[in-house]
Design a protein around this ligand. Structure first.
Ligand SMILES: *[C@@H]1O[C@H](CO)[C@@H](O)[C@H](O)[C@H]1NC(C)=O
Ligand SMILES: *[C@@H]1O[C@H](CO)[C@@H](O)[C@H](O)[C@H]1NC(C)=O
Ligand SMILES: *[C@@H]1O[C@H](CO)[C@@H](O)[C@H](O)[C@H]1NC(C)=O
Ligand SMILES: *[C@@H]1O[C@H](CO)[C@@H](O)[C@H](O)[C@H]1NC(C)=O
Ligand SMILES: *[C@@H]1O[C@H](CO)[C@@H](O)[C@H](O)[C@H]1NC(C)=O
Ligand SMILES: *[C@@H]1O[C@H](CO)[C@@H](O)[C@H](O)[C@H]1NC(C)=O
Ligand SMILES: *[C@@H]1O[C@H](CO)[C@@H](O)[C@H](O)[C@H]1NC(C)=O
Length: 914
């Protein structure tokens, strides 16, 4: 065929170069200034107009108050900004977590992100987001700190992977978008976090002795894998993004001008505000100029009583280091998010307190000299969310193995339930603070991404109740280490159900020697030995796993006495009920694994960096796009169970794949310029007016916006800043930018794929057909997920699976034109029931690629004009760290010099020569 010729003649230099350059220790991000100012558009216009009107009436101090947290534990939420008493406007309340309302009572404990993903249901993604949003709203929260797509899940041991969705960026992106729409639809601002490349817990933080690790990343992988779900979040209208603790290319996540200014605010056209992770800000001026809009919790270190912003931000405006337009942009972005989700009508007073469960307490937890009042009104916000939680629990349980119809159970004569993980924590489900232990049944990981359980249904209790209904004899045993007793309990039962787990969490808590990230991929608490022992005494052993991600299951998979294996993940408060529904066939399993189950940890090809390899530690993402199944496919490694795999109690057949070309317009790179930076209102430059009012009686440990004697206002010199960082002139737009989520043409539908799915079994069921695409290039993964749906199909009936192929779905990031291009490599569409069971296949007709890339990219001047120089000699303001005199973005000529490697090379407009 002609294909080979076409392939070699249209090799995309950028794609090859990226592979060669890869990710390298010590590499730096190019500087990008000025920070893009908000311009509205695309669903933000009303909010922007209201925000402008609001911000225009504010004083300098009031604007600063909106940007700066009052300090750790200064108010009732985990993060709180200053207020505007003059306008009776209380400060913002930011509250964890991605699975509910942290530090509160009478709230729901939702399934973790990873379970939610395993439903593959847009409806459930959205419903969970909306239910969580409504609980936050009911407690008075302005910003729910979730959802999570960083970590994405590069390494299976990563401690916080379960807070997010899946290492697949498309599944995660859709889950992000629907969750955000759900949360914001309830009148609460969502926060997409942690931006970006925060893929492990070890070394994520700057400490007194070490800088945080640097995640070193190439431009192609950044776009094709890690940025992808954030693009979906921005496209969905997310109001806030949280920058991460780690460094990216040796510049901190909250002051990296390339990731914040260039990629997030320019290319992705993000209109909301960027807030720092808690104490992830390490400089005042540098972070402001690099695009940070809000500092959390406001103090430099928890309760340090000093801030990089607050009075320092006021000073840097007055001394001309930060232009007024930048502060106004921060304030307008924050208020636009507020108006966009309707906070102006949804807002109620904060009625809970993160720092005490007592009804009465100090309004400011650290200041016992004032304001004792009712701080917990114990508002019940749970509604009927338990039903949804149980449903997601069912829908997220993956049936991995089921021999000889072992499941579903039907009135077994006797049932033995074995394992600590089936039982309650004797101290109660909230016995360990932030769930920082693994005692009893596991239903969420540990760290800030948690809530207090209102209750937790242990599997043993739900199964005992079911056994009573069925007149089944029932026995249970909870000690994982007394294998003899476990065997005796199991020996004569019709079925032995063993519960096991594996836990992980956030790095500030260490559990059983695991400092956030898991040390291994085996089961915890003697789980593997327990399964083997029980299976040796009962030929009908069923294993249920509550794990934060993959564990090594090859032995139980191959054990003939293990008749069924289920992954129940981290299902939240209704755990026992949900698993009982599945085991007894009251719900038919429909979930598919959202990660790969390798046979050995080495199979993943990447691992956590557990031991520092330098200072700062360098984490080189040299595997590029090849994480999880993309790596297993590339390396030809057979997993125990593949990504996308999951059984049902019925069977489905796939037929009749059709591809319909749609009439999309040609792709037009964005051109043109922004307007000049606007300012809102005038600033009173009087030092006296911006200082502490006479006789001011401040709250202890509280951060205020006022100038103080330690804060220089102007010492007669100019503080050096990056070139262009103060410029308010119109700026060029990026070819791949121009709309939230990037160039709107990326989301044009080029093809629609349909297939017929038939339920060939005897019971009704839900199937999740998956669409994968092979992009065909030498550096492309074998296949990438691009679409899915969850279809309810009655026994004997059929349904039509339908998935759109958007332009982005068949494009690659081209580092040279700095745009997405459709390569001429032959593209194949697959529809199947997992990533390795691709029943249907068709070649996409290249002539239909429809326009590709027009190639007059216009990305010149915005990269900054070369390096920003050598200004590391003063503390903390625009340095990414204190000891990088020979590195970091400041010193790096970056791409600025060659600002215009722009696209007179429209190489791929002609997608299909073959
Ligand atoms: C990281 O550095 C590499 C090499 O300079 C560059 O290609 C890439 O775009 C940078 N990425 C970010 C996010 O700074
Ligand atoms: C800033 O916020 C603090 C805390 O809410 C408040 O006490 C103070 O009055 C505010 N300052 C101004 C100028 O509004
Ligand atoms: C301003 O920043 C400096 C340097 O980090 C710090 O010492 C000082 O306390 C800060 N001022 C305020 C008011 O927080
Ligand atoms: C301006 O204020 C900022 C924040 O306090 C400070 O870091 C900087 O050194 C000041 N610059 C001058 C020239 O006073
Ligand atoms: C809660 O109330 C108890 C009993 O009055 C008191 O001992 C305790 O200190 C209070 N806790 C907090 C955090 O205020
Ligand atoms: C893996 O880690 C868990 C939790 O720390 C521990 O219980 C288990 O024994 C470890 N597995 C191995 C093989 O060391
Ligand atoms: C003014 O402040 C800047 C930043 O802190 C410092 O580098 C400079 O030496 C100071 N100049 C004078 C004249 O004090």
């Amino acid at each position: 065929m002609l294909r080979t010729i076409a392939i070699s003649s249209v090799l995309l230099p950028g794609l090859v170069a990226a592979q060669v350059a890869g990710a390298q220790s010590g590499q730096t991000s190019p500087p990008s200034y000025p920070s893009p100012w908000m311009e509205g558009g695309n669903g933000w216009d009303d909010a922007y107009a209201k925000a402008q009107a609001f911000v225009s009436q504010l004083s300098l101090l009031e604007k600063v108050n909106l940007t700066t947290g009052v300090g750790w534990e200064g108010e009732q939420c985990v993060g709180n900004t200053g207020s505007i008493p003059r306008l009776n406007f209380r400060g913002f309340c930011m509250q964890d977590s991605p699975l509910g309302v942290r530090f509160a009572d009478l709230v729901s404990a939702f399934p973790a992100g990873i379970n939610t993903a395993a439903t593959w249901s847009r409806t459930l993604f959205n419903a969970r987001g909306n239910a969580m949003g409504s609980e936050h709203r009911g407690k008075g929260v302005d910003v729910q700190l979730g959802p999570v797509s960083g970590p994405l899940g590069r390494v299976p041991e990563g401690g916080r992977n379960w807070e997010g969705f899946s290492p697949d960026p498309v599944l995660t992106g859709i889950a992000m978008a629907e969750t955000i729409k759900g949360i914001q639809g309830a009148g609460v601002i969502a926060c997409a976090k942690h931006y970006i490349l925060n893929e492990q817990e070890h070394f994520r933080d700057k400490s007194s002795t070490s800088e945080a690790s640097s995640s070193n990343m190439d431009d192609t992988t950044m776009h094709e894998t890690y940025l992808w779900p954030f693009a979906d979040a921005v496209k969905a209208g997310v109001g806030s993004v949280m920058c991460s603790y780690n460094q990216i290319n040796n510049s901190y996540g909250c002051q990296n001008s390339y990731t914040l200014n260039h990629i997030l605010k320019n290319e992705l056209d993000f209109q909301g505000f960027v807030m720092s992770d808690w104490a992830a800000q390490h400089a005042g001026v540098a972070s402001a100029l690099a695009g940070l809009d809000m500092t959390m919790p406001g103090d430099q270190g928890f309760d340090s009583n000093t801030s990089y912003w607050g009075g320092n931000l006021t000073a840097s405006i007055l001394n001309g280091t930060i232009p007024q337009w930048r502060l106004d942009d921060m304030a307008v972005r924050i208020m636009s998010a507020y108006f966009k989700v309707g906070r102006d009508s949804a807002r109620i007073p904060v009625n809970f307190d993160s720092w005490t469960t007592n009804t009465t307490g100090y309004l400011h937890a650290l200041d016992p000299t004032r304001d004792v009042q009712v701080v917990n009104q114990h508002v019940n916000v749970q509604d009927d969310h338990a039903k949804l939680i149980r449903q997601i629990g069912q829908r997220s349980t993956v049936l991995l193995k089921n021999t000889n119809g072992a499941l579903p159970l039907h009135m077994p004569a006797s049932v033995a339930v074995i394992g600590e993980d089936a039982h309650s924590n004797p101290g109660g489900p909230n016995n360990c603070s932030d769930r920082g232990c693994d005692i009893g049944t596991l239903a969420m990981g540990w760290g800030s991404g948690t809530v207090n359980f209102p209750y937790l249904v242990a599997p043993v209790d739900a199964l005992r109740a079911q056994a009573a209904t069925d007149n089944s004899r029932f026995a249970n045993y909870s000690n994982n280490y007394d294998l003899k007793s476990a065997q005796m309990t199991a020996a004569n039962a019709s079925v032995a159900i063993v519960f096991v787990n594996s836990d992980s969490g956030e790095g500030y808590i260490t559990v059983d020697g695991n400092a956030g990230d898991r040390n291994n991929l085996t089961l915890w608490g003697n789980g593997d030995a327990l399964v083997a022992a029980v299976a040796s005494s009962n030929k009908n052993t069923i294993v249920v796993m509550h794990t934060v991600g993959p564990v090594i299951v090859e032995a139980m998979k191959n054990n003939p006495n293990v008749s069924a294996i289920l992954w129940a993940g981290l299902p939240g408060q209704e755990s026992g009920n949900a698993i009982t529904d599945i085991l007894y066939g009251k719900a038919n399993p429909a979930a598919k694994s959202v990660f790969t189950w390798g046979k050995d940890r080495a199979d993943w090809g990447v691992d956590v960096l557990y031991t520092a390899n330098g200072s700062p530690p360098q984490i080189d993402f040299t595997e590029g796009n090849f994480i999880d199944y993309r790596h297993f496919d590339q390396a030809g490694i057979a997993p125990s169970y593949e990504f996308g795999f999951g059984l049902s109690y019925t069977n489905f057949s796939y037929s009749n794949l059709q591809i319909q070309k749609q009439n999309a317009a040609a792709y037009v790179p964005t051109t043109g310029q922004t307007k000049a930076a606007p300012t809102f209102g005038t600033i009173d430059t009087s030092v006296a007016d911006n200082s502490y009012p006479p006789g001011f009686d401040g709250v202890k440990f509280y951060i205020y916006p006022y100038l103080d004697s330690t804060t220089p206002v102007n010492n007669g010199t100019k503080t050096p800043v990056p070139p262009n960082s103060q410029s308010s002139s119109p700026q060029p737009k990026l070819p791949a930018g121009g709309a939230p989520g990037g160039n709107s043409g990326l989301y044009d539908v080029l093809y629609t794929v349909t297939a017929k799915i038939t339920n060939t079994g005897k019971v009704d069921g839900i199937e999740v057909p998956q669409m994968y695409i092979s992009l065909g290039g030498p550096n492309d993964p074998k296949i990438v997920l691009r679409g899915f749906d969850d279809l309810s199909i009655k026994a004997g009936q059929s349904a039509t699976f339908k998935a759109d192929i958007q332009r982005r779905d068949i494009s690659n990031w081209d580092t040279v034109s700095q745009n997405w291009v459709i390569s001429s490599y032959p593209k194949t569409v697959y529809v199947g029931s997992s990533s390795r069971n691709l029943q249907l296949k068709a070649v996409l007709n290249g002539n239909n690629y429809n326009g590709g890339y027009g190639g007059n990219g216009n990305n010149g001047g915005n990269y900054g004009n070369g390096g920003y120089g050598n200004n590391n000699n003063n503390n903390n303001y625009y340095n990414n760290n204190n000891n990088n005199n020979n590195g970091g973005w400041e010193n790096h000529g970056g791409e600025g010099n060659n600002g215009g490697h722009d696209g007179n090379n429209g190489q791929s407009g002609d997608g299909g020569h073959w």
